[in-house]
Design a protein around this ligand. Structure first.
Ligand code: BES
Ligand code: MN
Ligand code: ZN
Length: 489
């Protein structure tokens, strides 16, 4: 989707969209219409019960110089917020993407909104336009997107100024969605690295990759234990964006490119969903692209632990004891609790190698998270009040919402093991919290850490305001905003 900003409408065919604040269906806002259709459109809107409610639309035609011009009124609601504009843009694209129309003109003339709000509408529209049709070979013309261009008109000079940054964030989100959408025969640890290398390098991100031999030398027995039943070689992908001359912070992502459960194998029904068990790693890679793309003034290290969890003659067994890079030993009670085994070595590696003092990890870690929060919030676990507050605020600001959970020694002792330093699962209750307690055992003294369990957020069974059903890109905007609000000031 091409987005541009212009002083006046283009010539030729387009759909005309008019953003309307709730209850403000007045002639002034409709002045962008041909004069002889203003009253007609006003009455039609009343007839359609359109009153400018957030993300509502009224779709009609007016006569313009003998031609039928499609006009869509789109509601901004009553609250003047970025989110309302994004939702309106998303609603327009949801309606028009397959409509046959190629150009959407959103006319802000006569609208009091500041230009940066218009850019937000374009951002919501762009995000909602993303689809991944590469494996569809038999789509009929009417099933293919027709809309290729969005022109924002009359929004003033402020509109275009912030666009480059928003575009960079959208590029990051699209990379995440692509990685999450691709099936596991296409995206596996090495191909994940190759898929992100081009865009990240072009944006100025330094890339380093550790293979299994290097990880073995470092003693990453927990991560490698997960990988040993797979024919795909595990990778530790390290991405570095030096946008400021400061000490780095780290983002760490769970990148299980497919999670069968291993020998503790999952039931067949729904197992295909486990292609998106690399959603944390996808979000970290996407966030790195967004940050580099908008030249964020921050120093960030992104680490993705990439493995495939398979059952096989060489797979690890329940009861196996592995030694992590930290030196701590783990009794692997359930090979399906593999995400924490991958993350613990990635967390140790980034602390030992880069001396980071702040870590945020993202992981589709537990089904229990979905039981607790559904698909409305990601779970937040942290050892630091300030970091928890910053992440919560960033999430609220961009719509990637988080809800914090408790942690304590009483939860921690639930993962003590009779044979090793810890086991990789606790009892069924509080499964998301004991998973977080496991990770916390790898966070060194003096390091502030937060864990985001995004199991319910990486994928959506139904369309949302700014995404279609499928991969959401959750986490990219959250991390980007966290950096903008706390590291770039
Ligand atoms: N990747 C899953 C968690 C998951 C489940 C994410 C469903 C998204 C949707 C994780 O590796 C896993 O299998 N967790 C187990 C942990 C259990 C064995 C303690 C789970 O949640 O059942
Ligand atoms: Mn699992
Ligand atoms: Zn998993």
């Amino acid at each position: 989707m091409n987005v541009r900003f212009a002083d006046r409408r283009p010539e030729g065919a387009y759909v005309l969209a008019l953003p309307m604040t709730s209850g403000a269906l007045d002639a002034a806002r409709l002045a962008a219409l041909p004069a002889d259709s203003v009253e007609f459109v006003r009455r039609a809107a009343v007839g359609l019960r359109f009153d400018g409610d957030a993300a509502s639309t009224a779709d009609l035609f007016v006569s313009e110089g003998g031609e039928a011009r499609r006009v869509v009124l789109v509601g901004l609601g009553a609250a003047d917020s970025d989110a309302a504009y994004e939702r309106a843009g998303g609603a327009l694209v949801a309606k028009l993407l397959l409509s046959g129309e190629q150009t959407l003109v959103v006319d802000f003339s006569g609208h009091s909104a500041a230009g940066d709000r218009a850019a937000r509408l374009a951002f919501g529209a762009l995000l909602r336009s993303w689809r991944y049709d590469v494996y569809h070979t038999t789509l009929k013309p009417t099933q293919k997107p027709s809309l290729t261009e969005i022109v924002i008109v009359g929004a003033g000079a402020g509109a275009e100024a912030g666009w480059a940054s928003l575009k960079a964030i959208a590029d990051g989100i699209f990379l995440t969605r692509e990685l999450v959408t691709e099936p596991a025969n296409i995206i596996y640890p090495q191909s994940f690295v190759e898929r992100v290398r081009g865009p990240l390098s072009a944006a100025g991100v330094e890339i380093e990759v550790l293979g299994e031999a290097e990880m073995a030398k470092l003693g990453m027995g927990a991560l490698l234990g997960v990988s040993q039943g797979s024919r795909r070689e595990a990778q530790l992908l390290v991405m570095r964006w030096r946008g400021a001359d400061t000490a780095p912070i780290a983002f760490v992502g769970k990148g299980v490119t497919f999670d069968t459960g291993g020998i503790s194998i999952k039931p067949a029904a729904g197992m295909e969903d486990m292609k998106w068990d690399m959603g944390g790693a996808g979000a970290v890679a996407g966030a790195m692209l967004a940050l580099a793309g908008r030249k964020a003034k921050a120093h960030i290290i992104g680490v993705c632990g990439l493995v495939e969890n398979m059952p096989d003659g060489n797979a690890q067994r329940p009861g196996d004891v592995v030694t992590s890079m930290s030196g701590q030993t783990i009794e692997v009670i359930n090979t399906d609790a593999e995400g924490r085994l991958v993350l613990c070595d990635a967390i140790t590696w980034v602390q030992r190698t880069h001396g980071v003092k702040t870590i945020v990890d993202l992981a589709t870690l537990t089904g229990a998270m979905i039981v607790a929060l559904g698909h409305e919030h990601g779970g937040l676990f942290a050892n630091d009040e300030a970091l928890a507050g910053q992440l919560t605020a960033a999430g609220l600001a961009v719509g990637d919402k988080l809800w914090r959970f408790p942690m304590s020694d009483s939860y921690d002792k639930l993962i003590d093991s009779p044979i090793a330093d810890m086991k990789n699962v606790g009892p069924r209750p509080a499964g998301s919290i004991t998973a977080a307690q496991f990770l916390k055992r790898y966070v060194e003294d003096g390091v502030t850490w937060a864990h985001l369990d995004i199991a319910g957020m990486a994928w959506s069974a139904k369309p949302g305001a700014t995404y279609d059903k499928g991969a959401t890109g959750y986490g990219v905007r959250l991390l980007d905003r966290f950096v903008a609000d706390n590291l770039e000031r």
